[in-house]
Write a protein that binds this ligand. Sequence first.
Ligand code: AMP
Length: 632
Amino acid sequence: MTNNVAAFHKRSIEDREGFWAEQASNIDWFAKPEKILDFSNPPFARWYVGGKTNLCHNAVDRHLASRGNQRALVYISTETGQEKIYSYKELHQEVQAMASILKSLGVKRGDRVLIYMPMIAEAIFAMLACARIGAIHSVVFGGFAAPSLAARIDDAQPVVMISADAGMRNGKEVPYKHLVDEACRLAEKPPAKVLLINRGLAPMTNVQGRDVDYAALRKEHLSESVPCEAMLATDPSYILYTSGTTGKPKGVQRDTAGYAVALATSMKAIFDCKPGEVFFCTSDIGWVVGHSYIVYGPLINGSTTIVYEGMPTLPDPGIWWSIVQRFGVSTMFSSPTAARVLKKQDPKFMTQHNTKSLRRLFLAGEPLDEPTAKWISEALGGARIIDNYWQTETGWPIMAAQHGIEDTPTKFGSPSFACYGYDLRLIHESTFEEVGANEKGMLCAVPPLPPGCLQTVWGDDERFVKTYFTSVPGKKYYSTFDYATRDEDGYYFILGRTDDVINVAGHRLGTREIEEAIQVHPNVAEVAVVGVADQLKGQMPLAFCVLKNQAPIQTADGRKAEEKAVMATVDKELGAIARPSRVHFVTLLPKTRSGKLLRRSMQALAEGRDAGDLTTLEDPTALEQIKAALKS
Ligand code: AMP
């Protein structure tokens, strides 16, 4: 590997095939690829064509000889007080048991398995077991409500769903099973079998013939050995749903070998984490960061991964740093929101633990504000803070400092440079020309996208092309849907989304998705949702509703009750993570003469800014109502 980030990047673009052929040696193959890249049908990129490998083999089996007794997975739940350490050998056994159970339930290569689970070790066994037998997993974040889960079931059509009785949050049980039952009832094509992990947290009523108990089956299957399927490099490994402009979430489809190579390379070049070292990613397996850097990345690298169920503040705000000290964590990955939560606490909680082992803290998922970056960097003493920018679609960082290659200085507010493999362009919104230094542009990438990025949208190639490759006329550029600038030194700064997607505590939500949920409320005629800047969570959804019948909101109490009812509808349809911070009632929404909602103006007013260009506004009184509502 060179020691020059710019040269590494240049080579990755100018000699794509040579570059990625070299990186291919970072993983084990059952059969070497015949061709590094097939880009004969753009924008579809097929990496490592003809090669055969398996994600689970790379994450588990290949380490058995040299690190069988090394810690592979450390499970810590500060919610239940449980802690369990699995060596690579033990992980191998658990994953084979789970794989054998799935096979006994009828799961075959290419079948989908939906994983709707809290942060427990079994969820990771389940993901790896799917990879092992060539089933395609689709992990759905445990915070999503039944209708969201049902929509994902119908899109992925899993043969088996894996779930648990409950998760735990902030010391309280969060029951899952009734949501599973309701989702199966709502879905047109529910799974034939539901495998349930009974944690003993919440009562469950089993559905005869459908529900099966994990503990009982585990006993039966614990000594089974299940070989890794030789998957084609281009076989899909998983589907992960994410929000976009339209209400219907998109199933991001990932391949097998490209993803494995991308993660293995990133562990060296970006994360600079060595085999045997300890990696602690505080995300959830329901998000892409969890897929890549709780499960596959650290394990493919032969590192130890820490799987944590709990809050950053319980039993006290020093909990993460005590984990760093106890397990000698070298590399941590978290979110700016989590850092902001910790910033509000007494600093003694950070300083009372020895965090010397920690070389770097990676933060991603939303903009990292300068005060937070400065604070945490000072509080941690020696550790470097690495802002990195990427998306569910890409599976690994688009931009980051790459200290495994070169120790470049970082700038506050910037995720540094493009990572190798990404040929980035900043395109002017109306002229579609490339912009100059420090000018705002739409952030695009010239395809082919590097290995590890989405292959397509599950079951919808047309949507993949239309959604991502049509923003720049005449060019089939991949659109990130983010605005950015680049300074004279090549450092990028991310300025926010170009579409109607908002980012709440690093969780990506479509405003249309929330609007559709609110519209389920029987008294809602029309609604607009905007993302408003929030000191802690980055952004919060805010709703403006037009009611069919105004009678319920004639009194202050009535208004409150109706606001609560709208919020409860969002909880029920989408999940509490999408709940608006406030619901304002108006009789008219600001629209253009052609009927388009003026979301940007509403957002600007809510953030105390000027409403912007209003030349196309149909009825000015609508905006007055928004202002009055915000004042209230
Ligand atoms: P997700 O697909 O949920 O990971 O969300 C991806 C979106 O989060 C990006 O398109 C950005 O809008 C935002 N994002 C991710 N990382 C960063 C970052 N480091 N700085 C600013 N925004 C980010």
